[in-house]
Design a protein around this ligand. Structure first.
Ligand SMILES: [Zn+2]
Length: 466
Protein backbone atom coordinates (compact mmCIF):
# COMPACT_ATOMS: atom_id res chain seq x y z
CA UNK A 1 0.00 0.00 0.00
CA UNK A 2 1.39 3.38 -0.97
CA UNK A 3 1.79 6.03 1.66
CA UNK A 4 -0.11 8.66 -0.27
CA UNK A 5 -3.52 7.12 0.12
CA UNK A 6 -3.44 7.69 3.84
CA UNK A 7 -3.57 11.41 3.35
CA UNK A 8 -6.17 13.93 2.52
CA UNK A 9 -5.98 17.66 2.13
CA UNK A 10 -7.32 19.53 5.17
CA UNK A 11 -10.61 20.30 3.43
CA UNK A 12 -10.45 17.87 0.56
CA UNK A 13 -12.01 14.49 -0.06
CA UNK A 14 -11.13 11.57 2.18
CA UNK A 15 -8.45 9.52 0.57
CA UNK A 16 -7.87 6.70 2.98
CA UNK A 17 -9.09 3.30 1.99
CA UNK A 18 -11.81 1.36 3.71
CA UNK A 19 -10.58 -2.17 3.47
CA UNK A 20 -12.54 -5.31 2.75
CA UNK A 21 -12.32 -6.48 6.34
CA UNK A 22 -14.20 -3.47 7.62
CA UNK A 23 -11.47 -0.88 7.53
CA UNK A 24 -9.29 -1.86 10.45
CA UNK A 25 -6.17 -3.78 11.05
CA UNK A 26 -6.06 -6.38 13.72
CA UNK A 27 -4.97 -4.71 16.91
CA UNK A 28 -6.37 -7.51 18.96
CA UNK A 29 -3.08 -8.43 20.51
CA UNK A 30 -0.82 -6.43 22.73
CA UNK A 31 1.94 -8.49 21.25
CA UNK A 32 1.51 -7.55 17.64
CA UNK A 33 3.48 -9.74 15.33
CA UNK A 34 1.91 -9.06 11.99
CA UNK A 35 4.50 -7.04 10.16
CA UNK A 36 7.71 -7.90 8.50
CA UNK A 37 8.56 -4.37 7.50
CA UNK A 38 12.31 -4.29 7.55
CA UNK A 39 14.68 -4.56 4.79
CA UNK A 40 18.00 -3.17 5.59
CA UNK A 41 18.83 -4.19 2.06
CA UNK A 42 16.70 -1.34 0.87
CA UNK A 43 18.92 1.11 2.69
CA UNK A 44 19.98 3.70 0.17
CA UNK A 45 21.26 6.27 2.58
CA UNK A 46 22.33 9.71 1.72
CA UNK A 47 25.55 11.31 2.82
CA UNK A 48 25.72 12.37 6.45
CA UNK A 49 24.32 15.83 6.97
CA UNK A 50 25.02 18.50 9.47
CA UNK A 51 22.22 19.39 11.84
CA UNK A 52 21.87 23.12 11.59
CA UNK A 53 18.62 24.01 9.85
CA UNK A 54 16.58 23.57 12.96
CA UNK A 55 13.66 25.92 12.49
CA UNK A 56 12.62 24.71 9.08
CA UNK A 57 13.00 21.10 10.05
CA UNK A 58 10.75 21.31 13.03
CA UNK A 59 7.80 22.92 11.36
CA UNK A 60 7.70 20.03 8.87
CA UNK A 61 7.55 17.53 11.69
CA UNK A 62 4.79 19.42 13.39
CA UNK A 63 2.82 19.52 10.17
CA UNK A 64 3.09 15.76 9.99
CA UNK A 65 1.78 15.44 13.51
CA UNK A 66 -1.36 17.25 12.51
CA UNK A 67 -1.86 15.28 9.31
CA UNK A 68 -1.32 12.02 11.12
CA UNK A 69 -4.65 12.29 12.91
CA UNK A 70 -6.49 11.30 9.76
CA UNK A 71 -4.00 8.56 8.98
CA UNK A 72 -4.95 6.82 12.19
CA UNK A 73 -8.34 5.80 10.79
CA UNK A 74 -6.73 3.19 8.61
CA UNK A 75 -5.56 1.21 11.60
CA UNK A 76 -8.38 1.32 14.14
CA UNK A 77 -12.11 0.75 14.39
CA UNK A 78 -14.45 3.76 14.20
CA UNK A 79 -14.98 3.49 17.97
CA UNK A 80 -11.29 3.50 18.66
CA UNK A 81 -10.75 6.41 16.31
CA UNK A 82 -13.39 8.40 18.12
CA UNK A 83 -11.72 7.64 21.41
CA UNK A 84 -8.36 8.74 20.06
CA UNK A 85 -9.82 11.88 18.56
CA UNK A 86 -11.44 12.94 21.81
CA UNK A 87 -8.25 12.05 23.68
CA UNK A 88 -6.32 14.37 21.38
CA UNK A 89 -8.85 17.15 21.91
CA UNK A 90 -8.58 16.69 25.67
CA UNK A 91 -4.80 16.73 25.57
CA UNK A 92 -4.45 13.15 26.82
CA UNK A 93 -3.29 11.68 23.52
CA UNK A 94 -0.66 12.93 21.10
CA UNK A 95 0.56 11.78 17.72
CA UNK A 96 4.25 12.06 16.98
CA UNK A 97 6.57 10.86 14.24
CA UNK A 98 8.00 7.45 15.10
CA UNK A 99 11.43 7.65 16.68
CA UNK A 100 14.80 6.62 15.28
CA UNK A 101 17.43 5.07 17.54
CA UNK A 102 21.00 5.20 16.29
CA UNK A 103 22.35 2.93 19.01
CA UNK A 104 20.89 -0.47 19.98
CA UNK A 105 22.21 -3.97 20.61
CA UNK A 106 19.98 -6.76 19.28
CA UNK A 107 22.46 -9.59 19.96
CA UNK A 108 21.77 -11.54 16.78
CA UNK A 109 23.74 -13.29 15.42
CA UNK A 110 25.55 -14.77 18.36
CA UNK A 111 23.75 -14.09 21.62
CA UNK A 112 20.16 -15.18 21.11
CA UNK A 113 19.64 -15.81 24.79
CA UNK A 114 19.96 -12.07 25.44
CA UNK A 115 17.82 -10.80 22.55
CA UNK A 116 16.85 -11.60 18.95
CA UNK A 117 15.89 -9.45 15.97
CA UNK A 118 12.31 -10.42 16.70
CA UNK A 119 12.25 -9.46 20.38
CA UNK A 120 14.46 -6.41 19.90
CA UNK A 121 12.32 -4.96 17.14
CA UNK A 122 9.14 -5.82 19.06
CA UNK A 123 10.51 -3.74 21.93
CA UNK A 124 11.36 -0.93 19.52
CA UNK A 125 7.88 -1.06 18.00
CA UNK A 126 6.29 -0.86 21.46
CA UNK A 127 8.62 2.02 22.31
CA UNK A 128 7.39 4.04 19.32
CA UNK A 129 10.41 3.54 17.04
CA UNK A 130 10.29 2.83 13.32
CA UNK A 131 14.01 2.55 12.61
CA UNK A 132 16.96 1.42 14.70
CA UNK A 133 20.66 0.97 14.06
CA UNK A 134 22.31 -2.12 15.48
CA UNK A 135 25.80 -2.15 16.94
CA UNK A 136 28.31 -4.74 15.72
CA UNK A 137 29.48 -6.44 18.93
CA UNK A 138 28.01 -9.71 17.66
CA UNK A 139 29.28 -13.15 16.78
CA UNK A 140 30.44 -13.05 14.11
CA UNK A 141 31.28 -9.35 14.19
CA UNK A 142 30.09 -7.79 10.92
CA UNK A 143 33.55 -6.85 9.66
CA UNK A 144 33.38 -8.14 6.09
CA UNK A 145 30.74 -9.00 3.51
CA UNK A 146 30.25 -12.57 4.65
CA UNK A 147 29.95 -11.79 8.35
CA UNK A 148 27.65 -8.86 7.67
CA UNK A 149 25.43 -11.15 5.63
CA UNK A 150 24.64 -13.19 8.74
CA UNK A 151 23.21 -10.13 10.40
CA UNK A 152 21.39 -9.03 7.24
CA UNK A 153 19.80 -12.48 7.05
CA UNK A 154 18.73 -12.27 10.68
CA UNK A 155 17.15 -8.89 9.96
CA UNK A 156 15.38 -10.28 6.93
CA UNK A 157 13.99 -13.17 8.97
CA UNK A 158 13.04 -11.53 12.23
CA UNK A 159 12.78 -7.75 12.15
CA UNK A 160 9.39 -6.08 12.58
CA UNK A 161 10.64 -2.58 11.93
CA UNK A 162 13.46 -1.21 9.86
CA UNK A 163 16.89 -2.24 11.13
CA UNK A 164 20.10 -0.87 9.67
CA UNK A 165 23.31 -2.48 10.89
CA UNK A 166 26.62 -0.87 11.66
CA UNK A 167 29.75 -2.34 10.16
CA UNK A 168 32.70 -2.74 12.50
CA UNK A 169 35.68 -0.41 12.14
CA UNK A 170 38.23 -3.11 12.92
CA UNK A 171 38.36 -6.86 12.34
CA UNK A 172 36.54 -8.55 15.22
CA UNK A 173 36.37 -5.15 16.97
CA UNK A 174 39.85 -5.99 18.17
CA UNK A 175 41.43 -2.67 17.25
CA UNK A 176 44.32 -4.21 15.32
CA UNK A 177 43.45 -4.01 11.63
CA UNK A 178 40.72 -2.26 9.72
CA UNK A 179 37.64 -4.17 8.63
CA UNK A 180 36.56 -4.35 4.99
CA UNK A 181 34.72 -1.04 5.12
CA UNK A 182 34.37 -0.79 1.34
CA UNK A 183 32.65 -4.16 1.01
CA UNK A 184 30.11 -3.33 3.72
CA UNK A 185 29.43 0.33 2.92
CA UNK A 186 26.26 -0.04 0.90
CA UNK A 187 24.39 -2.01 3.57
CA UNK A 188 25.49 -0.27 6.74
CA UNK A 189 24.44 3.01 8.35
CA UNK A 190 27.98 3.82 9.51
CA UNK A 191 31.08 2.22 11.04
CA UNK A 192 31.61 1.68 14.75
CA UNK A 193 33.50 -0.52 17.19
CA UNK A 194 30.93 0.14 19.87
CA UNK A 195 31.46 -1.78 23.05
CA UNK A 196 35.16 -1.01 23.06
CA UNK A 197 37.30 2.04 22.44
CA UNK A 198 39.73 2.18 19.52
CA UNK A 199 42.96 3.21 21.15
CA UNK A 200 45.21 3.18 18.08
CA UNK A 201 45.24 6.75 16.72
CA UNK A 202 46.88 5.79 13.42
CA UNK A 203 44.21 3.17 12.79
CA UNK A 204 41.46 5.63 13.68
CA UNK A 205 42.93 8.17 11.25
CA UNK A 206 42.95 5.62 8.45
CA UNK A 207 39.39 4.56 9.29
CA UNK A 208 38.26 8.18 9.10
CA UNK A 209 39.95 8.68 5.75
CA UNK A 210 38.36 5.58 4.27
CA UNK A 211 34.92 6.29 5.78
CA UNK A 212 35.05 9.79 4.36
CA UNK A 213 35.69 8.45 0.86
CA UNK A 214 32.69 6.15 1.30
CA UNK A 215 30.48 9.00 2.49
CA UNK A 216 29.97 7.29 5.86
CA UNK A 217 30.22 8.36 9.47
CA UNK A 218 32.68 7.04 12.00
CA UNK A 219 30.70 6.47 15.20
CA UNK A 220 32.87 6.12 18.25
CA UNK A 221 32.48 4.48 21.62
CA UNK A 222 35.09 6.59 23.36
CA UNK A 223 36.78 4.78 26.19
CA UNK A 224 40.39 4.43 27.20
CA UNK A 225 40.67 1.00 28.78
CA UNK A 226 43.93 1.86 30.58
CA UNK A 227 42.27 4.85 32.21
CA UNK A 228 39.22 2.78 33.09
CA UNK A 229 41.47 0.46 35.08
CA UNK A 230 38.89 -2.14 36.02
CA UNK A 231 36.25 0.34 37.13
CA UNK A 232 32.55 -0.37 36.72
CA UNK A 233 30.61 2.61 38.12
CA UNK A 234 31.34 6.34 38.08
CA UNK A 235 34.40 7.32 40.10
CA UNK A 236 32.42 9.61 42.37
CA UNK A 237 30.91 9.86 45.84
CA UNK A 238 28.91 6.66 45.64
CA UNK A 239 31.88 4.55 44.54
CA UNK A 240 34.00 5.99 47.35
CA UNK A 241 31.39 5.45 50.05
CA UNK A 242 30.56 1.91 49.00
CA UNK A 243 34.04 0.71 48.12
CA UNK A 244 33.51 0.24 44.38
CA UNK A 245 36.07 0.64 41.62
CA UNK A 246 35.37 3.83 39.73
CA UNK A 247 35.47 4.71 36.02
CA UNK A 248 37.03 8.14 35.68
CA UNK A 249 35.46 10.79 33.46
CA UNK A 250 38.81 11.10 31.79
CA UNK A 251 38.52 7.59 30.33
CA UNK A 252 35.71 9.01 28.18
CA UNK A 253 36.77 12.56 27.39
CA UNK A 254 40.44 11.88 26.65
CA UNK A 255 39.65 9.68 23.62
CA UNK A 256 37.00 12.18 22.52
CA UNK A 257 39.60 14.94 22.66
CA UNK A 258 41.95 12.86 20.52
CA UNK A 259 39.27 11.87 17.99
CA UNK A 260 38.08 15.44 17.57
CA UNK A 261 41.58 16.38 16.45
CA UNK A 262 41.66 13.45 14.03
CA UNK A 263 38.23 14.31 12.66
CA UNK A 264 39.37 17.90 12.17
CA UNK A 265 42.50 16.74 10.35
CA UNK A 266 40.73 14.23 8.11
CA UNK A 267 37.51 16.27 7.73
CA UNK A 268 35.58 13.07 8.38
CA UNK A 269 31.97 13.05 9.58
CA UNK A 270 32.26 11.86 13.15
CA UNK A 271 29.65 10.97 15.78
CA UNK A 272 30.30 10.25 19.45
CA UNK A 273 28.26 7.54 21.19
CA UNK A 274 26.57 7.91 24.58
CA UNK A 275 28.40 10.89 26.07
CA UNK A 276 28.10 11.05 29.85
CA UNK A 277 30.53 13.65 31.22
CA UNK A 278 30.55 17.44 31.41
CA UNK A 279 34.00 17.53 29.82
CA UNK A 280 32.72 15.61 26.79
CA UNK A 281 29.95 18.16 26.31
CA UNK A 282 32.40 21.05 26.48
CA UNK A 283 34.92 19.45 24.10
CA UNK A 284 32.22 18.77 21.50
CA UNK A 285 30.75 22.24 21.94
CA UNK A 286 34.13 23.80 21.21
CA UNK A 287 34.83 21.48 18.29
CA UNK A 288 31.50 22.36 16.69
CA UNK A 289 32.36 26.04 17.03
CA UNK A 290 35.57 25.57 15.11
CA UNK A 291 33.82 23.65 12.36
CA UNK A 292 34.64 20.02 13.10
CA UNK A 293 31.99 17.78 11.50
CA UNK A 294 31.01 16.21 14.82
CA UNK A 295 27.69 15.21 16.33
CA UNK A 296 26.89 13.19 19.43
CA UNK A 297 24.26 11.34 21.37
CA UNK A 298 23.46 10.75 25.00
CA UNK A 299 21.00 8.32 26.59
CA UNK A 300 17.97 8.79 28.86
CA UNK A 301 19.67 7.40 31.99
CA UNK A 302 22.42 10.03 31.82
CA UNK A 303 19.82 12.78 31.52
CA UNK A 304 17.60 11.66 34.37
CA UNK A 305 19.80 9.88 36.94
CA UNK A 306 22.95 10.66 38.88
CA UNK A 307 25.25 8.49 40.95
CA UNK A 308 23.56 9.40 44.22
CA UNK A 309 20.59 7.36 42.95
CA UNK A 310 22.58 4.16 42.43
CA UNK A 311 21.50 0.97 44.16
CA UNK A 312 23.44 -2.24 44.73
CA UNK A 313 21.77 -3.83 41.74
CA UNK A 314 22.94 -4.77 38.23
CA UNK A 315 20.12 -2.77 36.68
CA UNK A 316 22.10 0.39 37.52
CA UNK A 317 25.20 -0.78 35.66
CA UNK A 318 26.08 0.26 32.13
CA UNK A 319 29.05 1.65 30.25
CA UNK A 320 29.64 4.57 30.41
CA UNK A 321 28.25 4.72 33.94
CA UNK A 322 25.64 7.03 35.45
CA UNK A 323 27.71 10.10 36.42
CA UNK A 324 27.39 12.95 38.92
CA UNK A 325 24.64 15.55 39.13
CA UNK A 326 27.05 18.10 37.71
CA UNK A 327 27.55 15.93 34.64
CA UNK A 328 23.82 15.40 34.27
CA UNK A 329 23.17 19.14 34.32
CA UNK A 330 25.92 19.71 31.76
CA UNK A 331 24.24 17.16 29.46
CA UNK A 332 20.93 19.01 29.81
CA UNK A 333 22.70 22.24 28.85
CA UNK A 334 24.17 20.37 25.90
CA UNK A 335 20.70 19.36 24.76
CA UNK A 336 19.44 22.89 25.05
CA UNK A 337 22.23 24.61 23.16
CA UNK A 338 22.41 22.01 20.38
CA UNK A 339 25.74 20.48 21.38
CA UNK A 340 23.99 17.13 21.82
CA UNK A 341 22.17 16.14 18.65
CA UNK A 342 20.42 12.86 19.39
CA UNK A 343 19.06 10.82 22.26
CA UNK A 344 19.79 7.13 21.71
CA UNK A 345 18.90 4.34 24.12
CA UNK A 346 22.01 2.13 23.99
CA UNK A 347 19.46 -0.66 24.51
CA UNK A 348 21.70 -3.50 25.70
CA UNK A 349 19.85 -6.55 27.02
CA UNK A 350 21.46 -9.33 29.04
CA UNK A 351 20.04 -12.42 30.71
CA UNK A 352 18.64 -12.21 34.23
CA UNK A 353 21.54 -14.31 35.43
CA UNK A 354 24.11 -11.94 33.89
CA UNK A 355 22.45 -8.96 35.58
CA UNK A 356 22.03 -10.63 38.97
CA UNK A 357 25.53 -10.06 40.31
CA UNK A 358 25.26 -6.60 41.79
CA UNK A 359 27.24 -3.60 40.64
CA UNK A 360 30.59 -5.33 40.70
CA UNK A 361 29.76 -8.60 38.95
CA UNK A 362 26.88 -7.90 36.55
CA UNK A 363 27.27 -7.43 32.81
CA UNK A 364 27.36 -3.83 31.52
CA UNK A 365 24.18 -2.63 29.86
CA UNK A 366 20.48 -1.95 30.41
CA UNK A 367 17.41 -2.08 28.21
CA UNK A 368 15.90 1.20 27.08
CA UNK A 369 13.66 1.10 24.03
CA UNK A 370 10.40 0.72 25.92
CA UNK A 371 11.09 3.36 28.54
CA UNK A 372 12.86 6.14 26.61
CA UNK A 373 9.91 8.27 25.60
CA UNK A 374 7.85 7.82 28.80
CA UNK A 375 10.88 8.70 30.95
CA UNK A 376 11.98 11.66 28.82
CA UNK A 377 8.48 12.99 28.34
CA UNK A 378 7.80 12.82 32.08
CA UNK A 379 11.14 14.09 33.33
CA UNK A 380 12.07 16.63 30.66
CA UNK A 381 8.93 17.79 28.87
CA UNK A 382 6.36 17.71 31.69
CA UNK A 383 8.84 19.35 34.05
CA UNK A 384 9.56 22.07 31.53
CA UNK A 385 13.25 21.30 30.98
CA UNK A 386 12.80 21.10 27.20
CA UNK A 387 9.65 21.23 25.09
CA UNK A 388 8.11 18.41 23.09
CA UNK A 389 9.36 19.86 19.81
CA UNK A 390 12.90 19.73 21.07
CA UNK A 391 12.49 16.15 22.25
CA UNK A 392 11.16 15.16 18.83
CA UNK A 393 14.07 16.90 17.21
CA UNK A 394 16.41 14.74 19.28
CA UNK A 395 14.53 11.46 18.83
CA UNK A 396 13.04 11.74 15.32
CA UNK A 397 14.61 14.32 13.06
CA UNK A 398 18.27 14.65 13.97
CA UNK A 399 19.07 10.91 14.02
CA UNK A 400 17.56 10.44 10.55
CA UNK A 401 19.22 13.54 9.21
CA UNK A 402 22.66 12.81 10.55
CA UNK A 403 22.67 9.24 9.28
CA UNK A 404 21.35 10.24 5.88
CA UNK A 405 18.03 8.43 6.05
CA UNK A 406 15.96 9.46 3.09
CA UNK A 407 12.90 10.25 5.21
CA UNK A 408 14.50 12.81 7.52
CA UNK A 409 12.71 15.67 5.80
CA UNK A 410 9.32 13.98 5.73
CA UNK A 411 8.81 11.34 8.38
CA UNK A 412 5.74 9.32 7.42
CA UNK A 413 5.97 6.83 10.28
CA UNK A 414 3.94 7.90 13.28
CA UNK A 415 2.86 6.76 16.71
CA UNK A 416 -0.06 7.57 18.97
CA UNK A 417 0.76 8.05 22.65
CA UNK A 418 -1.49 8.20 25.67
CA UNK A 419 0.07 10.78 28.00
CA UNK A 420 -2.73 11.47 30.46
CA UNK A 421 -2.30 8.65 32.97
CA UNK A 422 0.57 8.00 35.30
CA UNK A 423 1.75 4.41 35.76
CA UNK A 424 4.71 2.50 37.14
CA UNK A 425 7.23 0.99 34.75
CA UNK A 426 6.96 -2.80 35.02
CA UNK A 427 9.69 -4.73 33.20
CA UNK A 428 7.38 -7.77 33.05
CA UNK A 429 5.40 -5.89 30.39
CA UNK A 430 8.45 -5.55 28.14
CA UNK A 431 8.75 -7.12 24.71
CA UNK A 432 12.53 -7.26 24.99
CA UNK A 433 14.06 -10.31 26.62
CA UNK A 434 15.99 -8.00 28.92
CA UNK A 435 14.48 -6.90 32.21
CA UNK A 436 17.27 -4.79 33.70
CA UNK A 437 16.43 -1.10 33.77
CA UNK A 438 17.20 1.57 36.34
CA UNK A 439 13.68 2.88 35.64
CA UNK A 440 11.81 -0.15 37.00
CA UNK A 441 9.07 1.04 39.36
CA UNK A 442 9.42 4.64 38.25
CA UNK A 443 6.20 6.63 37.82
CA UNK A 444 5.87 7.97 34.29
CA UNK A 445 3.34 9.11 31.71
CA UNK A 446 3.34 7.87 28.13
CA UNK A 447 2.08 4.61 26.70
CA UNK A 448 2.33 3.83 23.00
CA UNK A 449 -1.16 2.97 21.73
CA UNK A 450 -0.26 2.56 18.06
CA UNK A 451 2.91 2.65 16.01
CA UNK A 452 2.76 2.74 12.24
CA UNK A 453 6.01 2.12 10.40
CA UNK A 454 6.35 1.91 6.64
CA UNK A 455 2.59 2.01 6.28
CA UNK A 456 2.10 -0.97 8.57
CA UNK A 457 0.88 -1.27 12.09
CA UNK A 458 3.84 -2.60 14.07
CA UNK A 459 2.42 -2.04 17.54
CA UNK A 460 -1.15 -1.80 18.77
CA UNK A 461 -2.10 -1.78 22.43
CA UNK A 462 -5.63 -3.09 22.11
CA UNK A 463 -6.34 -3.11 25.85
CA UNK A 464 -5.83 0.59 26.17
CA UNK A 465 -7.84 1.43 23.09
CA UNK A 466 -11.00 -0.10 24.57
ZN1 LIG B 1 29.14 1.94 23.67
Amino acid sequence: MKDGIFFRQPDGPKLWKIKADGGRRDVGSTNFRGSSYVKSRFFHGQKPKSISEKGKQMSEVLKNRVRDIERIREFVSPDEFEKIESGIAAGNIITVPSFADVHVHFREPGFFYKETMETGTAAAARGGYSVVMTMPNLSPVPDDREHLKEELDAIERGAKIRVIPYGAITVGEKGRELADLEAMAKDVCAFSDDGVGLNDAALMTEAMERAKKLGKLIVAHCEDLDLRAGGYIHAGEYAKEHGHKGISSESEWKPIERDLKLAEKTNCDYHVCHISTKESVQLIREAKKRGVKVTCETAPHYLVLNDSMLEEDGRFKMNPPIRSEEDRLALIEGLKDGTIDCIATDHAPHSAEEKSKGLAGSAMGVVGLETAFPVLYTELVEKGVIDLEKLLQLMCVNPRRRFGLEDAEDIRDFAVWEIGKEYEIDPEEFQTKGRATPFAGRKVKGRCLLNVAGGKLVWGDAERLK
